[in-house]
Every structure is written in structure tokens, then in C-alpha cells.
Ligand binder design. Sequence first.
Ligand code: FMN
Length: 209
Amino acid sequence: MRRGLPQDGGLIDKDKDPEMGKIDILGIVGSLRKDSYNRALLKAAQELAPDGAVLSLIELHGIPVFNQDDEMAPPATVLEFKRRVLAADAILFATPEYNYSVPGALKNAIDWASRPYGKSAWLGKPAAVMGASTGSLGTVRAQYHLRQILVAQNMPVVSQPEVMLSNAEKRFDRSGRLTDEPARELIQALLSALLLLVKNNPIGKSQAA
Ligand SMILES: Cc1cc2nc3c(=O)[nH]c(=O)nc-3n(C[C@H](O)[C@H](O)[C@H](O)COP(=O)(O)O)c2cc1C
């Protein structure tokens, strides 16, 4: 929710901002690939976001490999990534499956934003998970690994619905629009469940900030 609190640096003019009061969801694009199905899935989620929410996307390009020697003085890309996570009311992960798990780039970004110890941006942040793969199991194994990682950050995560898009190459048109109607309905249900989790979450942004 863009509450005009210090997270926005006092820069939001509440009278002029029509998005004020909406729940801010940050969609994390778990793939770096130009024509990523997971990015396209998040774009579908942007179209399908309910009235009370705004979904913005963040990419993982330019985030270097985590080195604990640098965690007290992270590079600018990491600081910006962490700032966006902290400012969000909720997170929507879209993850590919690489060798039965999450891509290294996504795990790496999660690790950066979890540090230094005691200053994690993820702590208590409500989240939802979805994913698309060209395989027949639609990221099920990656999503369960991701859920395990989020336990370490004490993040409340939507349990159901599970959005696991298999054979992704058949479910988007040439422009990258998700054409699979049941999948669109599932995404809508996932977003509604995430909003409910945010509304019922007593910790959320204040704990993370
Ligand atoms: C290194 C690598 C490992 C992969 N492993 C899996 C896998 O375990 N399961 C699966 O369903 N797809 C696997 N794939 C195929 C991905 O599902 C496919 O590349 C998908 O398009 C990646 O998501 P994106 O389109 O968002 O980049 C793998 C692809 C790569 C590059």
C-alpha cells in the first residue's frame, strides 16, 4: 500500500496519485531470457491484477554473484533490488525450473536481499509463487525448492492455488500473451489469495523495514 510513509521518501503526492492505497505487489522475473515465458506469465498477472492491487515487475539482470565479503557494501543493483523488495507489500515470484530447482540467478538475488544477517528484506513479506516451463511438470520441483527457501525468511506464502504452467511453448501466442484460459483463471485466484494474505498479515512491511 502506498501509505506515504518513509519508504517512499515522502515523494508521493497523495492527492495526485491514483494508485494510492492500492496493494503494491512486486513481481520477480526469475529468468534472464529475453523471451522468457515466466516474464510473460507475470505480464498476464499484471493484466489480471484485481482493482485493489498494482503489480510491477523487477528483473535480475546485473546482479553479481553473491560474495559475503561484499554484503556490508553491496553494489547499486543489489541496493535497488533490496529497496524494491522492502517497499512492496507482497512478492509474486515467477520461476523457471533449471535442473529440478530454481535458476541460480533467482537464488542469488534472494541471498543478496537476505543479507546482512538481521537486515533481510524478505522477512515476513507475504508472497505467492508461480512458474512456467517447457517440461511436462510445469516447475513443480522448482516451486517446492523455492517454498523451502522462503521458509528461511519466515515469509507467509500462498498455499493454493498452485500455478504450474507445463508445456509453456503451447500456451502463449506470438506476441507473448497467455492464451490458456484455465491458467489465466488460476493466476487471478492466486492474486486474490495473495491479497487476502496481505490483509491478514500483521507483520508485512513494518517488520521488514
Ligand atoms: C539449464 C536449464 C535447465 C532446465 N531444466 C529444466 C527442468 O528441470 N525442468 C523443466 O521443466 N524444464 C527445464 N528446462 C527448460 C525450461 O523450462 C525452459 O528453458 C523455460 O523456457 C525456461 O523459462 P523461461 O522461458 O522463463 O526462461 C531447463 C532449461 C535450462 C536452460
